[in-house]
Write a protein that binds this ligand. Structure first.
Ligand code: PAF
Length: 283
């Protein structure tokens, strides 16, 4: 596996290949990320993982400075998973000057849910992903893919929309969320949890499953009953010491409030101590 830190070295390395597949990450990898690499392998002739903690998608009060940087351990895991190239640029390399041009996703998709509680988050994500696509994928001649995890449900939807609206010749592949034995969604931020918090953390996914069951049971009365069901789910989690941002049932296609008969997804974000966790299930 080759590790490169500059755009020039990356493009040189990729010259002999036709069909690159990119797995964008911020490092501090877990088995969920390695699943993305495993899904990437058959899609093309070279698999590239990028590792870059993207300042643009963190608000000033968030964990940019403390986000774990674990390059050596990440590279060891990526090599074992069959990754071919790691692109780990410095901030100076990816943003040699302040990134004045930004990709602004549409508000109806990007200012709700995660975007409501993390203003500017999806602008930061789209901007870095567009830039990583330029670095990794634009010079290829054959099919190009990028792989994202379904745990970040709204993120992969925003990126799909970006690719579609900019007519980028890139196939976006999403991979199901990997879970620990108790059902907790794997996340780099799980490493922030204390032992007691770790034991409690699965309650977010249990609360979402319960909300999903209630929503399905409401069937035709879904639109009428949904606010009360969501409120009850939020209060139940708060009573256990969480600070929920949202627990909600949305239409899968655009994450808007569903009507009866729509395919549904239940999504949630909540803080446990200092750690903010997200999860979702299609129901
Ligand atoms: O999901 C992530 O880890 C990040 O948002 C991404 C896609 C690597 C962009 O920084």
């Amino acid at each position: 596996m080759k590790i490169v830190h500059t755009i020039e070295a990356l493009r040189d390395t990729l010259k002999p290949f036709n069909a690159p597949t990119l797995v964008p990450t911020m490092g501090n990898l877990h088995d969920g990320h390695l699943d993305l690499v495993r899904a990437a392998k058959p899609l093309g002739d070279v698999t590239i993982a990028s590792i870059f903690v993207n300042r643009l998608q963190f608000a000033p009060h968030e964990d940019f400075d403390t986000y774990p940087r674990t390059l050596q351990a990440d590279c060891d895991q990526l090599a074992a998973a069959g990754c071919d190239v790691v692109f780990a640029p410095s901030e100076k390399e990816l943003y040699p000057e302040p990134q004045g041009f930004k990709v602004q996703p549409p508000g109806e998709l990007a200012d709700i849910l995660e975007g409501h509680f993390r203003p500017g988050f999806f602008t930061g994500v789209c901007t870095v992903v567009m830039k990583l696509f330029q670095c990794v994928l634009t010079e290829a001649k054959g099919p190009r893919h990028a792989v994202f995890g379904q745990k970040d449900y709204q993120q992969q939807m925003v990126i799909r929309r970006m690719v579609q609206q900019f007519a980028l010749p890139i196939g976006i592949v999403s991979v199901p969320t990997q879970r620990a034995a108790d059902g907790l969604a794997l996340s780099s931020r799980n490493s922030y949890l204390s032992d007691t918090e770790r034991a409690e953390a699965v309650q977010l996914s249990l609360a979402l499953r319960a909300l999903g069951r209630d929503a399905l049971a409401a069937a035709d009365g879904l639109t009428r009953h949904l606010p009360a069901l969501e409120d009850r789910a939020m209060k139940a989690l708060s009573a256990r010491g969480w600070q929920p941002d949202y627990l909600t049932v949305r239409r899968r296609t655009d994450l808007q409030t569903p009507q009866a008969g729509d395919p549904l997804v239940v999504l949630g974000a909540a803080r446990l101590g200092k750690t903010r966790l997200i999860d979702n299930f299609e129901i």
